[in-house]
Design a binder for this molecule. Structure first.
Ligand code: SF4
Ligand code: SF4
Length: 295
């Protein structure tokens, strides 16, 4: 017997980057996720996904509305992008000949869902969609649900975009073990499994930081702090997981982390190539060398 898990994937104020990143999943492959079984015995029944579904127009909207009605409290709602609340921003289909706002769709689908997963930093924290001056009045999914008084289990999977493993791993974990216990998530509702450690803690350039050897331009040897690296305030497992099927990651390629998994991104982690804070930095190597010269 193969169990079906209905999933609705909505794109609100989003760029499609998170949806496309998800397609790069290596293990399981996207074919396993969408067509075969995500984990043994469970098939994802993806009922609505703007980027990859074949249906469009009324057929697609009908699938969306039927899911909310027929699978009440039995499907997972994935929201990609922040939720725009100002009038005129974000519409999804029509009802009785009138456009339905994205905010209304998110509210209706969240109310009937079993659980909600916010994919990407815009959905998790507002991100780029809610960056100043935010003309659409976009808010994070968490903020939106709180404003509407909708109390449903929520997991945030931030990243700009998130690593495919962070999203597929989170969905698989929910399928295998149910919604995570409160202690498995951090204060920002991120799974500690993927976001439990600072980039800076596991960075292979950390020894350069301690020694006080800083790169002066991208690609140079040394710690990238002076070039704007936000690794010291950013929680994610990029240093050990790597990107593009394990090929490399941004600091490995000589460019600074811009803090994309943080609630502060992008307003407070930019300018991306500017030093985070101007504090005195460790220079153990230089102090040692200076001490030896003095002797
Ligand atoms: S500042 Fe950035 S490059 Fe330097 S050790 Fe920390 S994470 Fe690595
Ligand atoms: S290294 Fe930093 S900017 Fe790059 S994906 Fe990881 S958290 Fe985001």
């Amino acid at each position: 017997m193969v169990k079906e898990l209905p999933v609705v994937f909505l794109q609100a104020a989003a760029c499609s980057g998170c949806a496309v990143s998800m397609l790069n999943t290596l293990s399981p492959t996207i074919k396993d996720v969408l067509i075969d079984q995500l984990v043994p015995g469970v098939h994802i029944n993806l009922r609505f996904h703007p980027v990859i579904m074949a249906a469009s127009g009324e057929i697609a909207i009908k699938a969306l509305e039927d899911t909310a009605r027929e699978k009440k409290d039995g499907y997972v709602l994935v929201v990609d992008g922040a939720v725009p609340i100002n009038e005129g921003y974000g519409m999804l289909g029509e009802r009785n000949g009138k456009p339905v706002s994205m905010a209304q769709r998110v509210a209706e689908l969240a109310q009937s869902a079993m659980a909600i997963i916010a994919i990407g930093t815009c959905a998790s924290f507002g991100g780029i969609a809610a960056a100043k001056p935010n003309p659409s009045g976009s808010v994070s999914v968490r903020q939106f649900l709180e404003n509407k008084g909708i109390d449903k289990p929520l997991i945030n999977v931030p990243g700009c975009p998130p690593h495919p493993d962070w999203f597929i791993g989170t969905v698989s974990d929910v399928v295998l073990h149910g919604m995570p216990a409160a202690e498995a998530l951090d204060e920002f509702l991120r799974p500690k499994l993927f976001y439990g450690k600072l980039i800076h803690e596991n960075c292979p350039r950390r020894a350069y930081f301690d020694e006080g050897k800083f790169a002066k331009k991208p690609g140079e040897e040394g710690c990238l702090y002076e070039l704007g690296c936000k690794g010291p305030i950013t929680y994610a497992d990029c240093p050990t997981r790597h990107w593009n099927s394990g090929t490399n990651w941004v600091i490995g390629a000589g460019a600074p982390c811009n803090g994309c998994t943080q609630p502060e991104f992008p307003d407070s982690t930019s300018p991306f190539y500017q030093k985070l804070v101007d504090v005195e930095l460790p220079q153990i190597g230089a102090y040692w060398a200076a001490g030896k010269e003095a002797k």
